[in-house]
Design a protein around this ligand. Structure first.
Ligand code: AMP
Ligand code: GLY
Length: 422
């Protein structure tokens, strides 16, 4: 069968690498892809928001399944457009993608379904939001309702900080995404990323990981898209997984199905493991990046079978096998990220890194310029490794990092510290 993968990041490189291993795949296309993905798939210069053109491409290339990596095309309705044409797609409808597209939508769903999450209020104008903040005080969390490139959340330690965050939202700092604001209580505990593959009615647990959101060692500095990740997540044992499935994932899938907007695709729950148990921080309707990279290194089952079963509503007959090994990924980013950074600086040494035991390099923001691999984004490479323990995977991943020659790059040196110290 022929597949089309939408996206161009490290997550999609990992997906392409795993999809390409399936004996079921004839042609694998990726749009727009990147130089790393080009090793696994045939790149197509398709704009994922030009739905008619994506549909035409699928027809011309007899595509049997479209796998959508990032959330934005799903929130824009790519899944619906493809399904309306009878093309199988891994990824939710626009209506179900509101789980990521609107934090208020998700909070209301949690309230309706009794899903544990931080107490919250929604506001669509500044004065009542400010009045509420004065009433409850700090610490408190202020979130732009919509998708704000990971920058729309402020965990405010003081009332002034919280008030400033509300003003920034309503003054248009996040455009449309900030037209509504969610204010919620601070959750205390350890964060983890939990994944479930869904087909509208069945939800299949699909692994857990932990990432490091902050740019600096010791979890300091501004938040990023994620500077590294590891899997499994030591805190998510079988008992914890059962609680997450029972208390969070299944009620979500059931409620959306009952509303007539079933969720199919991957549900990524950002969790806080609190003293009371797991609580939902937020949902994403896509794989995490870099969490996906470590999951793919541990997945032993055929990814095509799983994603196709999800798209076709057959997940109840699927089982997923995982390696006993751990995996850890270190993000190499361009100096300056998550602020301003340069593009176009040369990168070498990927082959040398991949010659080391257990090491795999996934490319994210890269481009090819006259045959030379260059940086083309903020998060540029994921140097990942498997090992018998997280500590071994960590040591191998950093050996891989040290084999890469990229003067303009940097990484955190402590990815996995919490798990390794345990
Ligand atoms: P989000 O985009 O909603 O995942 O938020 C980004 C980050 O902000 C999360 O990964 C948490 O570290 C933090 N955060 C968000 N909501 C809360 C909360 N209610 N309590 C504590 N931390 C939070
Ligand atoms: N690594 C977190 C995310 O993908 O949102």
């Amino acid at each position: 069968m022929n597949l089309l993968l939408i996206g161009s990041g490290g997550r999609e490189h990992a997906l392409a690498w795993k999809l390409a291993q399936s004996p079921r795949v004839g042609e694998l296309f990726a749009a727009p892809g990147n130089p790393g993905i080009a090793h696994e798939a045939c790149l197509a210069a398709l704009d994922p928001y030009d739905f008619p053109n994506v549909i035409r491409f699928c027809r011309e290339n007899a595509i049997d399944l479209v796998v959508v990596g990032p959330e934005a095309p799903l929130v824009a309705g790519l899944g619906d457009a493809l399904r309306a044409e009878g093309i199988a797609v891994f990824g939710p409808s626009q209506a179900a993608a509101a789980l990521e597209g609107s934090k208020g939508f998700t909070k209301d769903l949690c309230a309706e379904a009794g899903i544990p999450t931080a107490a919250y209020r929604r506001f669509d104008e500044a004065s009542s939001a400010r009045a509420y903040l004065r009433e409850v005080g700090a610490p408190i969390v202020v979130k732009a309702d919509g998708i704000a490139a990971g920058k729309g959340v402020v965990v405010a330690q003081t009332l002034d900080e919280a008030l400033a965050a509300v003003d920034a939202c309503f003054d248009g700092a996040f455009g449309e995404a900030g037209a509504e604001v969610v204010i919620e209580a601070v959750l205390v505990g350890e964060e983890a990323s939990f994944f479930a593959i869904c087909d509208g009615t069945t939800a299949l647990p699909f692994g857990a990981a932990q990432d490091h959101k902050q740019v600096g060692d010791g979890d300091t500095g501004p938040n990023t898209g994620g500077m590294g990740a590891y899997s499994p997540a030591p805190r998510i044992d079988a008992a914890m997984q059962a609680r997450i499935m029972d208390e969070i994932i299944r009620p979500t899938v059931t409620t959306l199905a009952e509303r007539g907007t079933p969720f199919s695709g991957v549900l990524f729950a950002g969790l806080m493991l609190t003293q009371k148990g797991p609580e939902l921080i937020e949902y994403n309707v896509r794989f995490g990046d870099p969490e996906c990279q470590v999951l793919m290194l541990r997945l032993e089952s055929d990814l095509v079978e799983i994603l196709l079963a999800a798209a076709q509503g057959r997940l109840d007959s699927v089982e997923v096998e995982w390696s006993e090994e751990a995996a850890l990924a270190v993000v190499l980013a361009a100096k300056g990220y998550p602020g301003d950074y340069q593009k176009g600086t040369p990168i070498d040494g990927i082959e040398a890194a991949e010659a080391l035991p257990g090491v795999k390099v996934f490319q994210a923001g890269t481009a090819s310029k006259g045959g030379q691999l260059v940086a083309h984004g903020g998060r540029v490479l994921n140097v990942a490794a498997v090992g018998a323990t997280i500590a071994e995977a960590q040591a191998r991943a950093y050996e891989g990092v040290d084999a890469i020659r990229w003067d303009d790059g940097f990484c955190r040196r402590d990815i996995g510290w919490r798990a390794v110290g345990r």
